[in-house]
Ligand binder design. Structure first.
Ligand SMILES: Cc1ncc(COP(=O)(O)O)c(C=O)c1O
Length: 451
């Protein structure tokens, strides 16, 4: 490794960071992380903190998951790459597809289409949803519906169904035929409704209304996260996703569950859809499928959808979609080892218990610090706090305040993620109670400094 002077001097000079203003990264160079173990990361100066971001919602098993590391190293020696485009396959990806079929059987999902990450998975599901209707002879079903505040990655299709202006405005025009309905976000919504159950019903009515307005026969799919993540951790009322499922079924619209962060235990259930008792038609996964150690993803497909493709005799079901790295043998080997370890450790049980502790601790911080307008969580290890300058007007806290909070929290032992006015927490699912307390006391110090 080059010496620390070189790294600090060149930090953010020759690379542009995702989700950052290039000039801002140069003016305020990012923390340089050089090592990690367990649930902790270490920076160039040797400062070690608990990673309350979990990499980026993906390092569910922490940074020392030896079986995944070993699987990657071993696979690199045997078969570092081969394509799975028509005509070839590999031993790892065949085994992985069988394992995922068993894992997702309770979700009614039995086929896998492999990708290189979350945005790729979303793009795949959107494209296959359109194709499904064409194969069935309903070529007019091309539109997509989604939730405001939802996050579905940054490819053109994904950005088009995204519900946050930050990821859209500078990249418009986006895909035509994508329409959004209000999210079941109790803190701020157009209905001024703070009761979660009533709000869920109002959002479902808005969905019905939009379908009537667009015409059901023009809509291919509705895509949603079972618990909205990057948009600020918004858990809907338990009636919401089942309600969406019913409406989609009634109108012949496919339901795509974007589970890039919720699959594999984060919500305290094995999948977010299972958490709400819903079976989607497609499920997008990525991130924790390899514990973040290899870029990889899988779109899981429901039996009924798979049958339409597999029984097609018109030729329309030939899949004109795929990635060079679809079914990458090293990624597949990593995912096999990761799934085994995820099951062995029964991570949802710990995610649920530690998630409750974290959520309760954040509510206690809210009692103490007026900066915290809203606390969201209570479903596994995904929580957020929305910061406000004033609780009555709910005016968002400014950037300087969130920057101070993040820096002082970091100095006191925890890395947290700032996204607009939200502080987002998505730590590894192998977190201990002591780690939860460590995150909370670092945040307490951060809030004391930022107020
Ligand atoms: C729900 C959801 N969908 C899609 C994506 C995009 O995944 P990736 O960044 O791997 O492309 C993300 C990333 O955070 C996500 O949270």
């Amino acid at each position: 490794m080059k010496d620390s002077n070189f790294l600090k001097e060149h930090n953010a000079k020759s690379l542009w960071h995702p989700m950052a203003h290039p000039a801002d990264s140069q003016a305020n160079p990012p923390a340089i992380i050089t090592a990690a173990s367990g649930v902790r990361i270490k920076d160039l100066d040797g400062h070690e903190v608990i990673d309350a971001v979990g990499g980026l919602w993906n390092v569910n098993l922490g940074f020392s998951c030896q079986p995944v590391k070993d699987a990657i190293a071993a696979q690199l020696d045997v078969l570092p790459y081969y394509s799975t485009f028509r005509g070839t396959s590999n031993d790892q990806v065949i085994q992985l597809a069988e394992m995922l079929r068993d894992f997702f059987a309770p979700d009614g999902l039995s086929r896998a289409f492999f990708t290189s990450g979350g945005s790729d998975s979303v793009e795949t599901a959107l494209r296959l949803a359109r194709q499904y209707h064409k194969v069935r002879g309903e070529a007019g079903r091309t539109k997509f519906l989604s939730l405001k505040k939802g996050y579905h990655g940054t490819h053109m299709g994904g950005a088009s169904v995204n519900g946050n202006a930050n990821f859209r405005t500078q990249y418009e025009p986006l895909l035509p035929g994508c329409h959004h309905i209000p999210a079941p976000y109790t803190y701020r919504n157009p209905f001024n409704e703070s009761d979660p159950e009533r709000l869920a019903q109002l959002c479902l009515q808005a969905l019905e209304d939009e379908i009537a307005f667009q015409g059901a026969g023009t809509i291919a799919a509705f895509i949603m996260e079972p618990i909205l993540g990057a948009g600020g951790v918004i858990p809907p009322h338990e009636s919401f996703m089942p309600g969406v499922r019913d409406i989609c079924t009634k109108h012949g619209i496919l339901l795509i569950a974007d589970e890039v962060i919720t699959a594999f235990g984060r919500t305290g259930s094995w999948s977010g859809s299972r958490h709400w008792g819903v079976q989607p038609d497609f499920m997008c996964t990525a991130k924790a499928i390899t514990n973040g150690y290899f870029p990889f993803g899988a779109v899981m497909i429901a039996d009924a959808v798979a049958e339409v493709f597999e029984q097609d005799e018109t030729g329309r079901a030939a899949i004109g979609h795929g990635y060079t790295y679809s079914g990458h043998p090293v990624g597949a080997a990593a995912a096999l080892a990761c799934l085994e370890e995820t099951l062995r450790l029964d991570v949802p049980t710990n995610a649920a218990a530690r998630g409750q502790e974290l959520h309760q601790g954040l509510l206690a911080l809210q009692e103490k610090h007026t900066l915290i307008g809203d606390v969201r969580g209570g479903h596994g290890l995904m929580c957020a706090m929305e910061l406000v300058a004033d609780r009555n007007s709910k005016a968002a806290a400014d950037k300087k305040t969130t920057a101070v909070l993040q820096e002082v929290t970091y100095q006191n032992g925890a890395m947290v993620r700032v996204s607009g006015p939200n502080i987002i927490l998505s730590p590894p699912l192998v977190l201990s109670s002591q780690d939860v307390q460590g995150i909370l006391s670092a945040l307490d110090a951060g809030f004391a400094a930022a107020c």
